[in-house]
Design a protein around this ligand. Structure first.
Ligand code: GLY
Length: 381
């Protein structure tokens, strides 16, 4: 792809973000995904326990600001600070949360602190890291994904999910920032548990894994892929990127090996469409729906491996193909009246939630991939 094509796609992301971030701050509900691209229509509030997505918009605003230096973006990010502050500092909100405060605060507080030096954002990011370590279950060495920690009798007790690898950078950053080794130790213990239980011998991954109350492993589970033993495409990309970053922070070759193994497996399963089928193990006859958001995360994971000097011949070609395919009109919606950028992502288990939707995370990782190709320094993970 030419730099001009990349820049034109990036500029489209900036122009949608210019409007989206202001609208999201004016009406800070949970902006997550939408089949018609209207993220503002999702009814849940910002403080809902399941909110893991608002920061994909703040992340896009930071990327936009880094590129344009327009004060508009920082102004909106400042306006929403009371919400992020309350989410981890008001007791009830800090209890009614989940592990994805890693996504939420890496893409808000860490990004702002690292790029503007704002010390309030440093404190907020560190507070979020404290809330996240409060979800660590020492008996099983994992960070519990969902549900209040004071509720042991729910379906979510004893549950960890592959996505959590993306929450570990907040802890690694907090350890570096404070010198408190506790954050790093918990990140490493969670990564080790994920490596031991989620990555299968054939290099596919489980979406979820359950642990008994004494911490012993119980077995695989699933909330996002087709089934427990299926191979959910986006979960694979969380593992590709998450293990690569765990390697960056620790130098532990086992994490690099895991990232490379799941990456090779993922790439071996792509077909001529380029964008992956949302789950590589669907039942016979099921429609081969695609997940553009998995393609976007995969591109970023391949860039991360490249930045670490660990890319392989096939990786560079695959990265270029993925980004080029997402930039085509089949996926990228240039209509300014539609908030969403990337069509055709899969949400939930393919039955509930949304099919062929626009997703905040697909849009964010697409923009991150474009930004990295154009030389922007993505320094918040
Ligand atoms: N973290 C939830 C998802 O990827 O759908």
């Amino acid at each position: 792809m030419t730099e001009e094509t990349l820049k034109s796609a990036f500029d489209l992301c900036v122009s949608k973000t210019r409007l989206n971030i202001e609208a999201m701050v004016d009406h800070p509900t949970t902006w997550a995904f939408a089949q018609n691209g209207d993220y503002a229509a999702w009814p849940e509030g910002f403080f809902e326990i399941g909110n893991w997505t608002n920061s994909f918009f703040t992340g896009m605003a930071v990327l936009s600001w880094l590129d344009t230096k327009e004060p508009h973006f920082l102004k909106q990010l400042e306006r929403i600070e009371p919400f992020y502050n309350a989410k981890v500092n008001v007791a009830i909100h800090a209890v009614e949360t989940m592990h994805d405060i890693g996504f939420l605060y890496s893409l808000y507080s860490v990004a702002l602190y690292k790029n503007t030096g704002d010390k309030r954002q440093r404190a907020l990011g560190l507070r979020a890291a404290e809330v996240l370590v409060g979800r660590f279950v020492p008996e099983g060495n994992y960070i519990r994904a969902w549900g209040r920690m004071d509720e042991p009798d729910t379906d979510y007790a004893g549950l960890a999910i592959i996505d959590c690898m993306m929450n570990l950078p907040l802890l690694f950053w907090a350890a570096e920032e404070t010198g408190d080794a506790r954050f790093r130790e918990i990140a490493i213990r969670h990564a080790d548990t994920t490596l031991a239980n989620f990555v299968r011998a054939d290099d596919s991954v489980y979406h979820s894994f359950r642990f008994n109350a004494d911490g012993s492993p119980k077995g695989g589970d699933n909330y996002c892929g087709r089934g427990i033993e299926s191979h959910w495409a986006r979960g694979t990309t969380w593992a590709m990127y998450g293990f690569a970053m765990a390697y960056r922070y620790t130098g532990d070759e086992r994490y690099l090996d895991a990232s490379l193994r799941v990456t090779r497996k993922f790439l071996s399963l792509l077909d001529d469409e380029v964008v992956p089928v949302w789950d590589f193990r669907l039942n016979p006859g099921e429609p081969l729906l695609r997940d553009s958001s998995a393609a976007a995360v995969a591109a970023c994971a391949l860039q991360e491996l490249e930045a670490l000097g660990k890319s392989e011949d096939a990786f560079g070609v695959a990265k270029d193909n993925l980004i080029a395919r997402l930039c085509s009109e089949d996926y990228l919606n240039a209509d300014p009246a539609v908030r969403g950028l990337l069509r055709d992502a899969e949400v939930g288990d393919g039955v509930g939630k949304a099919r062929s939707a626009y997703t905040s995370w697909g849009d964010y990782y697409f923009m991150e991939a474009l930004g990295r190709e154009l030389g922007l320094a993505v320094n918040w993970w």
